[in-house]
Write a protein that binds this ligand. Structure first.
Ligand code: ZN
Length: 295
């Protein structure tokens, strides 16, 4: 059904079930070799803890959450995805591009990227967390698995002719096909050609953010050039647990942030590898939620 729907948004579309390429190699640069073995979508906290004002008590142990979510899996565990950075270690708010391995023995190897707004010219600065970092701040959407290389869904699109971003086009096609039945995917896509509009959160809001306009003033937006490697999750339904429908963050050596859409429809090229989540784990769902900043 993706083959049928995606051509409404892209001039060239190829959808196939393929053997997962080794994602630890170039150009993917992940800790996980594959996306198989107890594939699980994990949503932690939420935007309701970032705004109107940030709740700085929301510090999560990402290692413990991954281990508990894949309870019983006797192997290395991996998680990739989008969230806020570990602010107690970074010293301020940041974007987190999660890329984590936990060995069978229980040691964490955290190769996540962060990006933050720095200096008088408000530049986007990309950094790495400490390899032993086990914290995640405020919110996160992770895809966790045992890293097994098996079959994955490959989606390769070129030249955007519609108004949807890459992930929206996949998500809405799945929603239309599966209706009220929830389907969730996680994985990685490369923006191989062109550029993307992406945001980086400034430091925690000093004044309450109560509208999209106030939110867009707080976020710093950049046009980030390819190649960008984006990791995250999408799901077709909130499933009564306030799930964020899509959330991808991307990285390169110089740029990293929250993916909104490409700014170069004529030359854009996307190549994604996804697996289907077998379950969803919801951690610390906010009691009072809102819909601000979910795109
Ligand atoms: Zn984000």
């Amino acid at each position: 059904m993706l083959v049928k729907k995606l051509p409404g948004n892209f001039a060239s579309v190829e959808v196939k079930v393929v053997d997962c390429p080794n994602l630890t190699e170039e150009p993917f640069r992940l800790t996980t070799p594959g996306l198989g073995g107890s594939p699980t979508l994990i949503e932690i906290g939420g935007n309701a803890f970032m705004m109107p004002l940030a709740d700085l008590t929301k510090i999560y142990n990402v290692k413990e959450i991954i281990e508990k979510s894949l309870d019983g899996a006797d192997s290395n565990l991996y998680a990739i995805g989008a969230g806020a950075g570990p602010f107690p270690s970074i010293g301020k708010n940041s974007e987190g591009i999660y890329n984590v391995k936990i060995s069978k023995q229980g040691d964490i190897e955290n190769r996540s990227y962060i990006s933050k707004v720095e200096g008088p010219n408000e530049e986007c600065e990309v950094g790495r967390v400490k390899p032993c970092e086990n914290k995640l701040g405020i919110l996160g959407n992770l895809f966790a698995c045992q890293g097994i290389e098996g079959k994955v869904l490959k989606v390769h699109c070129k030249k955007r002719i519609g108004g949807l971003n890459f992930i929206e086009s996949i998500r809405l096609a799945l929603t239309e096909h599966f209706g009220s039945k929830a389907v969730g995917l996680g994985g990685i896509f490369l923006l191989k050609q062109g550029a993307a509009k992406q945001h980086v959160m400034r430091d925690f809001p000093k004044k309450p953010i109560n509208s999209e306009a106030e939110l867009n003033k707080w976020l710093a937006f950049y046009e980030m050039p390819a190649v960008l490697n984006a990791v995250g999750t999408l799901v077709t339904q909130e499933m009564d647990v306030d799930l964020r429908l899509q959330h991808f963050h991307s990285f390169s050596d110089k740029w990293a942030g929250h993916y909104h859409y490409d700014t170069t429809p004529d030359i854009v090229e996307y190549e994604g590898y996804f697996n289907i989540g077998e379950k969803v784990v919801r951690v610390d769902k906010p009691k009072n939620t809102h819909q601000l900043g979910r795109d």
